[in-house]
Design a protein around this ligand. Structure first.
Ligand SMILES: O=P(O)(O)OC[C@H]1O[C@H](OP(=O)(O)OP(=O)(O)O)[C@H](O)[C@@H]1O
Ligand SMILES: O=C(O)c1cc(=O)[nH]c(=O)[nH]1
Ligand SMILES: [Mg+2]
Length: 193
């Protein structure tokens, strides 16, 4: 899929939002990519997962034992990546604020993990998820996402394979442009404020 193909999928599914959004990191943006709308169609989600898989070199792909995703946003794309790679896909949740495996999920000691997200903005959620995988005994060998809006500033120490890179400006709470500050805030994600 070309970048234009991916953007067309976002536009067609009403996933390219404009307004005033408080992001997971606490930063603010006039743009939001609502991946859940892109992934709500199973056929499209599968196509997107296959396109991400193609970005991962074959030898690295062959090393993956299990796919792990941070809830909520990572679950659907992680599941579809698991289908494509023919590996199990499990997810991390943060019911009390930090990521943990629940529902009987476990990672074999030393298992090689592909971490899969929907969006990477600051990379904070992904880095927290990587730590949770390490704490559970796994080794994250690569990271993948539908969208990378980090501009390269994600701090990952493993190879990263986003389907598309889109860099929209983000702002700290105390540096909001006047025009953005005038728009009511929406917080679409599920991380506790
Ligand atoms: O790179 P970051 O700055 O951490 O931002 C990206 C994260 O934010 C969103 O999740 P969110 O915490 O909003 O919760 P959700 O996945 O449950 O919707 C998205 O799904 C990523 O996990
Ligand atoms: O940083 C985020 O929280 C974020 C940004 C974005 O564009 N889409 C999303 O789902 N989360
Ligand atoms: Mg998330």
């Amino acid at each position: 899929m070309t970048d234009e193909d991916v953007l067309s999928e976002f536009r067609a599914s009403g996933a390219l939002l404009e307004g005033h959004f408080k992001l997971s990191s606490g930063r603010h943006s006039a743009h939001y990519l609502q991946c859940a709308r892109v992934l709500m169609n199973a056929e499209r989600a599968g196509r997107i997962a296959r396109a991400i898989c193609q970005k991962i070199p074959r030898d690295l792909r062959g090393e993956i034992d299990v796919v792990v995703s941070p809830a909520m946003g990572g679950i659907i794309i992680g599941h579809e990546m698991g289908r494509t790679l023919e590996k199990d896909a499990i997810f991390l949740e943060r019911p009390t604020g930090s990521f943990e495996l629940r529902r009987g999920f476990a990672i074999d000691e030393g298992a090689k993990v592909l971490l899969v997200e929907d969006v990477v903005t600051t990379g904070l959620s992904s880095r927290e998820a990587m730590q949770a995988v390490a704490d559970a005994g796994g080794e994250v060998i690569a990271m993948a996402s539908v969208v990378d809006r980090s501009g390269g500033d994600h701090g990952f120490e493993v190879p990263f394979f986003p389907l598309i890179e889109i860099t929209f400006p983000t702002y700290a709470e105390d540096e909001l442009p006047e025009q953005l500050a005038a728009v009511p805030i929406t917080k679409p994600g599920s991380r506790a404020a």
